[in-house]
Design a protein around this ligand. Structure first.
Ligand SMILES: [Zn+2]
Length: 372
């Protein structure tokens, strides 16, 4: 469910009705954000952009795999900047803009179900695959094709009607709404959101940037403070802060802001011997589709927020997103004898570019002088 940006609220059925009512206000706020309508809203540009990651000259794989469809804006056969990844967090917090509000307040938080293709306001949007317009709303259109394949195009002023047959590269579905600066593309396979950046989907698409893990941290509870890696015991949540840089620079307000990796893995070695204690384990993988549960806190740790997060009634313009991934929700350190270990986390993109960061930890489960 991503009601504010490319989600499918009309078909969402997993929320209780009461919860839906309570969330309604937030969804309205959220809808405004999805439209990217900056003009006339309260902006607090207190800080200039300090993106979490900088452009990398990198280990590009350079290969473009055979793609099955082209881009939804002209030129169709040239790559466009993607400012939002599949599986990105979309977060609107109810609470105050404080650490407490960020860590504990109720939020409209969900996985981003598609990709955000950067393009100027007013740009014509075309179907990537021919089909029939099945859903037309004031700001998005769904086109169903044969074989259970459907696409949604969000933040456009629709120029088609329900039932219209539309042609890839020919029919104008609509124009990008003022203030949006992007069209959101959701790909559905038999109703299931699918990653358009997976090899063999949108193209041409070359990914020449490498995702980075900036820190590995530990908590006793998801919303709790960090523990010292020097003194870990009992069950701990292991968190990796990670991000990626769009391959093509994004023009406009989203310039320099981070996107999410598509996969996080980790392993644990004894240190310094290097003996494997926990083999390479996949913590999160949205390379093809989303996790089975739609609750994004299943894979994201609290503290995570989207680019230009909203907290309370304000949106915090130009603030880069923070992406904290749960490598393990409740890692039992008793799995390791007391001693020194090294946790290595690796962040991946859909093209296979990846890099790793390690953190030394000390496990102390034996009774110590600290205990009464
Ligand atoms: Zn989007």
């Amino acid at each position: 469910m991503t009601p504010f940006d490319g989600g499918r609220m009309p078909t969402n059925s997993h929320l209780q009705r009461g919860a839906q009512r309570r969330m309604a206000t937030m969804f309205l706020l959220a809808a405004a954000i999805g439209g990217g309508a900056l003009a006339g809203r309260t902006a607090l540009p207190a800080q200039t952009s300090t993106a979490a990651s900088t452009p990398q000259v990198s280990s590009a794989t350079g290969e473009t795999s055979a793609s099955s469809y082209a881009w939804p804006v002209k030129p169709f056969d040239r790559q466009h900047p993607v400012r939002g990844s599949f599986g990105d967090p979309r977060s609107i917090f109810r609470g105050n803009p404080t650490l407490r509000g960020l860590m504990t307040s109720r939020c409209a938080c969900s996985y981003h179900q598609g990709i955000d293709v950067s393009a100027p306001d007013g740009t014509d949007v075309y179907p990537v695959r021919s089909g029939v317009a099945r859903i037309v709303t004031p700001d998005w259109v769904e086109v169903d094709s044969e074989g259970g394949n459907a696409f949604q195009y969000w933040h456009i002023h629709a120029a088609v009607k329900v039932g219209d047959h539309v042609q890839a590269r020919q029919t104008v579905l609509g124009q990008i709404l003022r203030g949006s600066e992007h069209v959101h593309l959701t790909e559905l396979q038999n109703g299931k959101p699918t990653n358009p950046l997976a090899p063999g989907h949108i193209g041409p698409y070359v990914d020449s940037t490498t995702p980075r893990v900036s820190a590995i941290t530990f908590r006793a509870q998801d919303a709790g403070p960090d523990l010292l890696p020097e003194y870990l015991r009992g069950n701990v949540e292991i968190v990796a802060a990670a991000g990626d840089t769009p391959t093509l620079p994004v023009p406009g307000k989203w310039n320099g802001l981070p996107v999410t990796p598509s996969k996080l893995t980790y392993h644990v070695d004894a240190y310094p011997s290097g003996q494997t204690m926990v083999a390479e384990t996949t913590a999160m993988d949205v390379g093809r589709d989303l996790p089975g549960t739609s609750d994004m806190w299943h894979t994201y740790a609290r503290g995570t927020r989207m680019n230009m997060v909203q907290m309370g009634v304000h949106r915090y313009w130009y603030q880069p997103g923070v992406y904290l991934f749960k490598l393990a929700t409740s890692f039992d350190t008793h799995r390791l004898k007391d001693g020194v270990y090294r946790i290595t986390a690796t962040a991946w993109d859909t093209a296979g570019n990846h890099s790793s960061t390690s953190q030394i930890i000390n496990v102390h489960n034996r009774k110590t002088w600290l205990e009464k």
